[in-house]
Design a protein around this ligand. Sequence first.
Ligand code: SAM
Length: 299
Amino acid sequence: MHPTAMTPSEDDPVGLCIAGAISPEVAVSRLLLGHVTGDGIAAMLEQRRSEPPTQRWQALATLVEARRPELERLSAEVVRAGSNHALPATDPVAGAAEIASFFDRAVANSPEASVALYSLGDPAILAAATAEILDWLDACGLLHGDADVLDLGCGIGRLATALAPRAGSVLGMDVSEGMLAEARKRCAPWPHVQLAHTTGQDLDGLAARSLDLVLAVDSFPYIVRLGPAVVARHVAGAARALRPGGALVVLNLSYGREAAADVAEARGWAAAHDLVLDVAGERPFALWDGLAFVLRRGG
Ligand SMILES: C[S@@+](CC[C@H](N)C(=O)[O-])C[C@H]1O[C@@H](n2cnc3c(N)ncnc32)[C@H](O)[C@@H]1O
């Protein structure tokens, strides 16, 4: 293979973005998570400039320029928070409390970046990413006007508010009281959106066959951190709560694991709970690199 045709390595977000493998937003968020500052990102970009600059390079440079003050703030916050989201918790109850306080601090710093670092704190970027998720759910046939939906790990309620006009009811659950307070403000116009605190240990409070959609957007990796028993309780609770034809949708199942391992885990859930794995580890979005799983209850 010619060297220029090779895919850049996973630890080269700028190269991956220029090659079209990830969006500029995801590239910048990966650099921030790697503790690169706004100045550092700008310098890296300068080194990769070609003459004339490619369209992808230009898109990255334009984004970095537009979000420059926010990048300095976010990079300082990422370093200060210093949490490794892939590390398993030693104890599930203490682990959930630690995750809740991490998100309490994050939402106070930047509501948009707290739920999606790749938004870089920009409400317009987050809205575009949310719209992509809604369009995809729609294309999968998972949205209908009278559906009862659980938004598991609802954060600031960006999905709950987007789903509200297209669902019969939405229940948002989260471990973080700070997130729930922000979600309450944003969901106030929607009386059929309820918000509830969870200990993060199980879904035992859900009634059997009461839901059409259980949606977990970037929240399952935190459940995975709490260990296999907590994961098993959540999957069993979701499966029990689904009506025939309903679906469990997980967008990102873990952090730091190979996609193949997540696919194998999702296959195991489907087999254990008589669900059909309709989508197994696709990346359906242009803006966000979330790995998608849809497990449907036959009906
Ligand atoms: C990255 S944010 C995503 C929020 C939201 N789903 C979104 O995409 O906008 C992860 C959220 O999951 C919540 N969370 C983490 N562990 C949880 C658990 N065991 N049960 C419920 N929520 C949890 C966090 O508090 C946080 O609000």
